[in-house]
Structures are given as C-alpha cells and as structure tokens.
Design a protein around this ligand. Structure first.
Ligand code: ATP
Ligand code: MG
Length: 411
C-alpha cells in the first residue's frame, strides 16, 4: 500500500523541535544505507503540539548492524523482542528494526524477531496516531494508517479491528483511556464501543503492566481525567471495585478533588511527586470514612495501632482483587495514612510538643498533608508546624530511604 506523505508545509513540525541525538542516530543509519525514521509517541506528541518525553526510532538495520555502527554506545537488549539502546550520557534512545506480525499473537512467539517493512511495522501498533513515521531527511510524515487525519480531528482510533486488537492485548484498553485523558481526544465510535464490550478482558492482562500505566497516569498531570474516564468505561469497577463503588456515592467524589490536586502538584513541581503519595489519594478518603463510621461515630477513638491495621486491611482489600502492590509502595502508603492521624488526630492533642517519628517516610506523610491542605486551607498552619518540626529531626542513616523524588523524565 502506498502511504500518504505529508509535507513540511502541511504538518508544521520543525527539526529544531526534535532531540539532536535522535536526529544524529537517524543520519548515521541513513549514511550507512539503511532506512530510519522517528516513530510512535514522539511523532504523535509533535503533531498534537506537545513536547515528546522520549524518541523511538525504527530502522531497516538489524540489531547486529546497529551495534556495529554505534559500537560501545549501543547495547542490544531483549531476547524475544531484540532492540538496540543507544546511550548519550544518561539519555537512552531506543532503536528497533521494522517488524512484521503482531507482538501479542501466539504466532509471533514462534516467529519472533521477524523483520518486516515499514508498513508491517506500523500495522502492529495500537492507535493510528501512534503509527506515524517522521522522515527527518525529507522532513515528511509518512502515514500508512490514517493517523495524520486522526491527529487533525483529535480522534483516537485503533489500527485494525478493535475487538481483535483488545482481545490480543487488553492493556490497549488502558492505553485508550490514557491517551484520551492526556490529549483530550475523542474515541472513534468502534474503538470506544469495542473497549466497553471487551472490558472484562482487562482482568486477563498482566497486573504489573496495568499498575505501571496507572502509576504513570498519576504522574501525568491528567490523573483526574484518567480516573473519571476509567470509571465511565467501566474499567475501574473491574480493577478497583471498592474505589469505583465509593465514587458512585456523593462524598466519594472527593477522590476526584484529591486527584485534581495531585495533578496540580505534578504540574507545578519540577520533581515527580512520589507514587505512594499520589496512590494514597485513592485510599485516604475511604479510610477516613471507614474510621468515622466504625469507630468515631460510636464514640470510640481509634489509636494509631488500630489505624495502622485498618489502613493495611484497606490497602489489601482495595488493591487485592487484581493488583499485587509492591511492598515498598504499600509500606510507604501505610506510613502516609498513619501519619495523617498523628498530625491531624480525630481529637486534637492538648500538649503543644510535636512528636515527629524518626523515619524518612514521614516526609511522604507531610507531602500528603500538604496535598490535603490544598483542599482544606485550615490544615495549612498544622502542615507548617509539622514541616518545621520535621526539619529539625536527624534521621538515622539506616532509616533513610533512597532519594524519594525523581526528576521529571526528559528526553
Ligand atoms: P508514552 O508517551 O506514554 O510513552 P507511547 O505511545 O510512546 O506513550 P510506549 O509504551 O512508549 O507508548 O510505546 C511506544 C510505541 O509502541 C507506541 O507509540 C505504539 O506505537 C507502540 N505500542 C506500545 N504499546 C503497544 C501495544 N500494547 N500494542 C501495540 N502497540 C503498542
Ligand atoms: Mg514512549
């Protein structure tokens, strides 16, 4: 099939918007006689007016040829799905050979690493806007799947038959919701309908991949929109039924208020907010409600030990149906949730001395109190007092966790 070629005048992408190392790799591959294009997320981001976070390259060169060309700068990774990673200091650019076949079909496993044409390569991809090439030499967009027109229309459309493609890899349903939320797109009719009809298949997918997508969305600045759409599509009800049920009640909507603040904090801060802090936003309103109903309303004020075990039980109940939350995350969440009742107990303490626990995790609890104080400004003064008290505490080295904040990913 002949692709549609979109000229520079039409697509408007300029070379100085593109990472120079990615351009260097493409030039070097071309000079050695290979075909090489920018592909996937970066082309989509540029067309939709966003700055790409990373750049993937597809080429006709096979991994050994890429290795020979880039030498020590290049490592080949993966066995079933061989790719080259090319390093520039801390930055890594992924270079993959054009592939044929669908990576998710059993057939592919027996025919792994079957190299293909550029057209075959894009037909395996998920959405049309993710299936575009950018030829940096000609400065054209090469479109085999109608992705350029869809990007113009702000439409998200599955490549191929949506039912088949979701069944092959149900994580594509989460990816649908992620791109809708992140770029404010409309789902094409069949792409949307098939997702709703296939939704139960999400439970057949890898929990680790789904969790990774959820955690990445909590860092994206579009978490509120994402979780609203996850609920509209009925995926929340399957993955996190307790949260979904809570969201259906009126006070449950406060979870969205928390997520909105998580989004604001992510957009304002140069560093990514710790995943455990963002994830606690899904649980804290439910935990608080539970403690009120089962303890406080009956005149029984829970002590920190009881709160700790209730928080643990709630984390297991909420995530347990589908997810296997890594212990390092659930441990931090426990410290965050428990820390809230140390700083803002049901019955305020009379003594003015603040007792700060000698653990690094307490700073995460403080981050979460800061999040709460953005919703309830009355908490601001309490936050400031505890922050000051925490800054004077010396944390013993063995209680110090690894640096808790990562810098934003940059290409
Ligand atoms: P992000 O900006 O979140 O990284 P992305 O589109 O770049 O989004 P990646 O997971 O980095 O997502 O994948 C890179 C490319 O690989 C995608 O643009 C798409 O073309 C293809 N791809 C990724 N996941 C799938 C999938 N499950 N099925 C088919 N193609 C996929
Ligand atoms: Mg990507």
């Amino acid at each position: 099939m002949q692709p549609i070629i979109i000229s520079k005048e039409e697509h408007g992408i300029s070379l100085d918007q593109i990472d120079r190392h990615a351009l260097y790799i493409i030039e070097k591959l071309r000079a050695a006689g290979h075909v090489a294009y920018l592909v996937g997320g970066s082309v989509r981001d540029l067309l939709l007016g966003h700055t790409p976070k990373d750049y993937d390259i597809s080429t006709s060169a096979i991994p050994e040829e890429i290795k020979a060309l880039f030498g020590r700068q290049c490592i080949l990774i993966g066995r079933r799905f061989r790719l080259a990673h090319i390093r520039f200091g801390r930055k890594i650019i992924e270079v993959a050979t054009f592939r044929a076949g669908d990576p998710e079909t059993p057939e592919f496993i027996t025919r792994d690493n079957i190299w293909g044409t550029p057209e075959e390569d894009v037909l395996r991809r998920d959405f049309t806007i993710n299936g575009l090439f950018f030829d940096s030499f000609e400065e054209t967009v090469i479109d085999y799947v109608g992705g350029y027109a869809d990007a113009q229309k702000k439409q998200l459309k599955m490549i191929g038959e949506p039912y088949v493609r979701y069944r092959q890899d149900p994580v594509r349903m989460i990816r649908l919701v992620k791109f809708l939320a992140r770029f404010n797109l409309e789902a094409e009719h069949d792409t949307r309908l098939a997702c709703i009809e296939c939704k139960a298949d999400i439970l057949k997918s890898s929990q680790a991949r789904v969790l990774e997508e959820l955690l990445r969305m909590l860092e994206s600045g579009a978490a509120e929109h994402f979780f609203r759409l996850m609920t509209d599509y009925g995926l929340m009800q399957l993955l996190l039924p307790d949260v979904a049920e809570h969201l259906e009640e009126l006070p449950g909507n406060e979870i969205y208020a928390y997520l909105q603040e998580v989004d604001r904090m992510q957009l304002e801060s140069k560093e990514v907010i710790d995943r455990s802090v963002a994830l606690s936003a899904l649980i804290y309103p439910m935990l608080h409600n539970h403690l009120k109903i089962h303890y406080v309303d009956g005149g029984n004020i829970p002590h920190l030990g009881q709160i700790q075990s209730e928080a643990g039980a709630m984390i297991r109940k909420v995530f347990g149906p589908f997810f296997l939350l890594p212990r390092r995350i659930s441990g931090k969440m426990l410290a965050i949730l428990n820390g809230q009742y140390r700083m803002t107990p049901f019955v305020p303490k009379k003594s003015s001395k603040l007792r700060v626990p000698n653990v690094a995790e307490f700073s995460l609890a403080l981050d979460f109190l800061s999040l709460r104080s953005r919703i309830d400004p009355e908490l601001k003064a309490i936050f400031t007092d505890w922050e000051k008290a925490f800054s004077t505490v010396k944390i013993e080295p063995e209680k110090r966790s690894k640096p808790r904040r990562r810098r934003r990913r940059k290409a």
